[in-house]
Design a protein around this ligand. Structure first.
Ligand SMILES: *Cc1c(COP(=O)(O)O)cnc(C)c1O
Length: 399
């Protein structure tokens, strides 16, 4: 393939393939090869590609009106806000255009909340291994030195504790009166699909309640049905004070949302925050079509069931294979951790017509679409099991 990306900043190492179109769980490249998409552009196209409900909503809205401004009422934004609040148990929404922006809004809410409580230098507790985005505040919140290197000085007002360790959070002594909020993912995606203990989020909720801290949950990767529920935090029976969404919310049309309830819902007032594009008619129409479709096609149940199909099949086909550390999942968030780094599996899977990702160097990450059927779920597991077996037997020293 020709080197045609010389005008683009080298922010991504790009695989040598370009897709021309898609349908459902399938994508086609320029040469006409077909691929099973078990990645969804990183948890974005939950309804698969070219879903007619989204396509129609985008086409119709674009023929009427793309953009006005938040200086005017936008009925489709109001409607989406109400629907999202009803589905998540939240009360108010700020719309933006990406995950990082949704988290920026959450962090600004936390700081305002602090100042309104007489705290001059509010601190947000964040987690080791966390990923919250690439803007200055969100990369500061991110618990990965690679994301931060070269961008110092980072922001002040953050402190870090280990993930899945309620005791570490409880041990932050009461004299830390500057703490205003805890920001965390219900499942750490970029860290390699790290699923915390069943009781962890509930304990974090209790600690936040006892100390008057806002519990802010980043559901950007785990939300919108991927876990088998609208929000992954529902599995723990926990309701946050602030929830952030993006990725799958518009099925590929850029949109993010920061939702809040209780006191957190009312700290933002006119002039505090804004976004030119945030919540524009096009993005909101797409998101409404996404919500309708998840409901009408019963995709929460499907995500839970297909996640089980993939995990069960993988465990079956990889039973007794040396070199697999752990298989973790919640719905259609799936991670297969190997003992060895395996970044080359991405290209090898591509060669076999399967799109996957490797996180942390040694965790195969699968984020298939919610619309996937039993046969496709089986195919993903079958192709992957062969690839993993081959990879691990190649890697084994000859005896
Ligand atoms: C992807 C992601 C983000 C950042 O979203 P962008 O739209 O890339 O800014 C934040 N948090 C989590 C958990 C994510 O997976």
């Amino acid at each position: 393939m020709v080197e045609a990306d010389h005008a683009l900043m080298s922010t991504y190492p790009r695989l040598p393939v370009a897709f021309t179109h898609g349908e459902g769980a399938w994508l086609w490249d320029e040469a006409g090869n077909r691929y099973l998409d078990a990645l969804c552009g990183l948890a974005v196209t939950g309804l698969g590609h070219a879903h007619p409900a989204v396509t129609t909503a985008v086409a119709e809205q674009s023929q009427r009106l793309l953009h006005t401004s938040n200086l005017y009422r936008i009925p489709v934004q109001e409607q989406l806000g109400e629907r999202l609040c009803a589905l998540t148990g939240q009360e108010k929404v700020f719309f933006c255009n990406s995950g990082a922006e949704a988290n920026e809004a959450a962090l600004k809410i936390a700081r305002l909340y602090g100042h309104q409580h007489g705290i001059d230098a509010p601190t947000v507790v964040v987690m080791e291994g966390a990923f919250h985005g690439r803007t200055m505040a969100t990369l500061t919140a991110t618990g990965n030195p690679k994301v931060q290197a070269g961008f110092e000085p980072l922001l002040s007002g953050f402190m870090r504790v280990p993930y899945n360790d309620a005791a570490a959070l409880r041990d932050l002594r009461a004299e830390r009166t500057d703490i205003v909020a805890v920001l965390l993912e219900p499942v750490q995606g970029e860290a390699g699909i790290v699923v915390p203990d069943p009781d962890y989020l509930r304990q974090v909720r209790e600690i936040c309640d006892a100390r008057g801290w806002l519990m802010m949950i980043d559901e950007i990767q785990s939300g919108m049905g991927r876990s088998g529920k609208w929000l992954a935090s529902e599995h723990a029976g926990v309701s946050a004070d602030v929830v952030t969404l993006a990725k799958a919310l518009g099925n590929g049309v850029p949109i993010g949302a920061c939702l809040a309830r209780g006191e957190a819902a009312n700290v933002m007032q006119a002039g505090h925050h804004g976004s030119t594009f945030g919540g524009n008619p096009l993005a909101c129409s797409a998101a409404l079509a996404v919500l309708d479709t998840i409901e009408s096609e019963n995709l929460l149940d499907n995500a839970a069931q297909m996640g089980e199909v993939i995990v069960t099949r993988l465990r079956e086909k990889l039973a007794g294979v040396n070199g697999i550390r752990e298989i973790r999942s919640l719905g259609l968030l799936l991670g297969i951790e190997l003992q060895l780094p395996c970044p080359e599996l991405v290209q090898r899977a591509l060669d076999r017509g399967l799109l996957i990702n490797v996180a942390q160097g040694n965790v195969i990450r699968l984020l298939p679409p919610l619309i996937i059927d039993r046969e496709q779920a089986g195919q993903i597991a079958d192709i992957l099991a062969v690839l993993v077996r081959e990879f691990l037997s190649d890697a084994e020293p000859a005896t």
